[in-house]
Design a protein around this ligand. Structure first.
Ligand code: MF3
Ligand code: CO
Length: 259
């Protein structure tokens, strides 16, 4: 069942989304060569608490970190630890926060200092594919229109979309209906989009083959071929007109803004 949010719920989703995006951007700018992924996670935890919010991921199915930090060939759900990030690494950050009972979920991939041209192109294509997907999230379209837009853009740039993990509805829970695959194969008929639906669209794109595996920690997803992967995500609202990006730091309520 796909939940349609009312105006009051949407207002809370805007607050949660703005906090999630502010934290994501602040964490991204904190990253520098030599810091450990655990230090990044701890910094994220402080930022989230500073906004009076809670991590939506910590404790979810016993996930042990504040945010997901995935380095290079790690696709999603990385577990932070003693690893020090280095110049040239690409780091995927996935931040979900709960605020006023609702969740904002967003992700980006950023290079530490700089990276090689293939990794840069992978990040650019993945981010652009997210916006292609968002542009398709219009009332009257179907979920499959989002999937198609993302897949077409990624594959026409000769990268591959991960099949095992998908976008999702989001609201009071991190994962609500519908599932939002970033590919069309085998998805069958898909739901029609309606105003008031809040969706997390999140392409995960590999530089090489699409195949992934989960490490023995039970969480970290990596590419099977060891080539890098990128991840971008926004939480959006389907409206009567253009989709509205809810994970938007620029709309942080003034009461939550820092000096
Ligand atoms: N954005 C991710 C997702 O939608 C984050 C969930 S991570 C988890 O699946 F650790 F909480 F599972
Ligand atoms: Co998500």
């Amino acid at each position: 069942m796909i939940k349609i949010k009312n105006e009051k719920e949407i207002e809370s989703m805007r607050v949660a989304g703005s906090v999630a995006n502010a934290v994501l951007k602040e964490v991204a700018s904190f990253i520098a060569p030599g810091i450990t992924t655990k230090e990044i996670d701890q910094h994220a935890g402080k930022l989230i608490a500073g906004y009076g919010a809670k991590s939506a991921f910590f404790g979810y199915k016993q996930y042990p970190c504040q945010i997901c930090i995935s380095v290079n060939e790690e696709v999603v759900h990385g577990i932070s630890g003693a690893r020090r990030v280095q110049f040239g690494d690409i780091i995927s950050l996935d931040v979900g926060v709960r605020c006023e009972g609702y969740i904002g979920d967003n992700a980006l991939t950023v290079a530490v200092g700089g990276c090689d041209p293939v990794a840069q192109s992978l990040m650019d294509v993945t981010e652009r594919s997210l916006y292609e997907g968002i542009a398709a999230a219009r009332s009257g379209n179907r979920v499959a229109d989002i999937s198609r837009a993302i897949q077409n853009y990624v594959e026409s740039n000769r990268f591959s979309v991960v099949r095992e993990f998908v976008g999702h509805g989001v609201g009071k829970s991190v994962h609500e209906d519908p599932q939002i695959p970033n590919y069309l194969e085998g998805i069958g008929s898909s739901p029609v989009l309606k105003p008031g639906m809040t969706l997390a669209i999140e392409p995960m794109v590999n530089a090489g083959a699409a195949q992934v595996k989960v490490l023995s920690d039970g969480w970290t997803v990596v590419t099977r071929d060891g080539l890098p992967s990128a991840h971008f995500e926004h939480t959006i609202l389907v409206t009567e007109g253009d989709p509205e990006i809810l994970t938007c730091a620029e709309r942080l309520p003034s009461s939550l803004r820092r000096a």
